[in-house]
Design a protein around this ligand. Sequence first.
Ligand SMILES: Nc1ncnc2c1ncn2[C@@H]1O[C@H](COP(=O)(O)OP(=O)(O)O)[C@@H](O)[C@H]1O
Ligand SMILES: [Mg+2]
Length: 385
Amino acid sequence: MSNSGKVLGIIGGGQLGMMLTEAAKKFPDKISEVIVLDPTKGCPASKVGAKQIIADFKDEKAIIELATKSDILTYEIESGDSDVLKSIESKTMINPSPDTLKKIQDKLVQKTFLSENQLPVADFVEINSLDDLKQKIKKFGFPSLLKTRKDAYDGRGNFKINSHEDLILAYKQFNDQSMMLEKFIDFRMEVSVIAARNTQGEIATYPLVENIHEDNILRITIAPARVNKEIAKKAEQVAQKTMEVLKGAGVFGIEMFVTKNDQILINEIAPRVHNSGHHTLQSSKTSQFEQHIRAILGLSLGSTELLHPTIMYNILGPKNFKGEYKPVNIVPEKGVFLKMYGKKESNPKRKLGHLNVVDLDNSGNIDFLLNKLENIKKSIVIDPV
Ligand SMILES: Nc1ncnc2c1ncn2[C@@H]1O[C@H](COP(=O)(O)OP(=O)(O)O)[C@@H](O)[C@H]1O
Ligand SMILES: [Mg+2]
């Protein structure tokens, strides 16, 4: 990397920070160095050349240190303190902006913002006490979802209330946190759009993809989603409008439901590169990571064209094992790309890597790709050292 470029600071140095660091290397004249803030020594980003400040994501002093050292600041997690970021906006350029982050990181604020902008979301309401919940559930009926407003991931902030008996249990589970109630959507499919907006306001959306979750964790992404053209178009329009009203610069992951009567509802927005966009590394003209760098640098956005149908499969830590594991290798095969994140230890359900199975011949046969994945999956084992 050359000395003329800018220093890019990233809050979070996990796999997203790692792939952003790798993408930054494509712009040696623009970015001379990447520094990440991450609590884990030897985090994935540090293994591909990023410098690291070892501290908690919410450590105010460390965030200020990162901001002072960086010309541009971005993040791979949405739980950063938007007020702290707001207070250092004068020190460095932050994208997406703290104002945009603030609209997103509290799910109640986010959904209120979306519905005020006529964007489709499931019915929701704020919950302030157990009595409040008992009253409001009457309007929503069973099942409904009680959700924590902040810091939720992998479904841990959700409680499905199936009957009156669940009410107290659900409320107690999140007792010390702020909550909201949401209508349960019996969806047909979960989908997402990766969308980008650069600092000049140029917007680009990637084609709609289909997401399959297991135990609330993304397991498989199918690009493109197996829906008809009208649904894909509707979802991309929703994503486009979302980006227009949100205004922040960067790549965003917009998770949605396709309902049984083909409506699109936004489930949630991530103000960062997203797991359901990992396929773009091989499937698309521009990866989501390169696109994010372009967006925050104010460069023109790259083409979002999907060159090849692709399936992304998350490699997760097995359930009953915690500790160091043997290197994962697969027999080289055309159209199969393994990406491990260099995490030393496996934990149950921890994201250790991903596999992209790419239809290089553009046969368009998703079942063939799924079968191919089934076979390769068997050879991926996480074994203790
Ligand atoms: N209103 C809803 N109706 C039905 N399922 C939902 C609803 N909201 C969330 N879910 C399910 O729970 C999963 C996790 O919820 P989400 O709000 O995305 O939380 P997280 O922040 O943990 O990702 C979603 O991917 C979806 O499968
Ligand atoms: Mg989610």
